[in-house]
Design a protein. Structure first.
Length: 167
């Protein structure tokens, strides 16, 4: 993260796209994200206003303890049930919910940190910047869309320090 734009009085909101982070960490490293390290990096000594983790409930045995661990770390959890369609396909994502929360928080923070590599959020970055909000992204470079990196004010590559960011 570029220290020249980080000031202790900045108000920060951290929005973590847990599905995106999980699938990236699993596909590249077969490991999980250390959300304590992620939050510490995202806040970077500034004033944390909100930290929200967007998660999917898929009825996996360990997920409730994961949700509780996120809350213990300091994240609010937004939980959405996975939907199964008649053809057997499944879908669950938080793109709209995360975007709405970011737009709502824009008047209350100086910086929004998006913990995702999803290129669908590039347009959100443009909107937030237009509103005067600094946008930072944190994810793995290999799984981050070029358009998201181009739109964000700063990018932190989790791959640079996997020993810190992965369990």
């Amino acid at each position: 993260m570029s220290d020249s734009y980080v000031h202790p009085s900045q108000r920060v909101a951290v929005l973590a796209d847990s599905q995106n982070l999980y699938h990236s960490a699993q596909s590249m490293y077969s490991r999980n994200i250390d959300y304590s390290a992620l939050l510490e990096e995202a806040v970077a000594g500034r004033e944390l206003t909100r930290a929200v983790a967007y998660v999917i409930r898929a009825d996996a045995p360990e997920e409730e303890s994961f949700f509780e661990a996120l809350q213990d770390i300091g994240f609010e959890t937004r939980i959405k049930d996975i939907r199964t369609f008649p053809d057997g396909s499944k879908k669950a994502d938080w793109d709209v919910g995360l975007s709405l929360d970011a737009v709502t928080l824009a008047n209350h923070v100086d910086t929004i940190v998006l913990c995702t590599g999803d290129g669908d959020f590039a347009r959100l970055c443009s909107h937030l910047e237009h509103e005067g909000v600094r946008v930072e992204t944190i994810c793995f470079e290999e799984s981050t869309a070029d358009e998201l990196r181009a739109r964000a004010d700063d990018f932190t590559d989790l791959s640079d320090r996997t020993e810190y960011f992965l369990l």
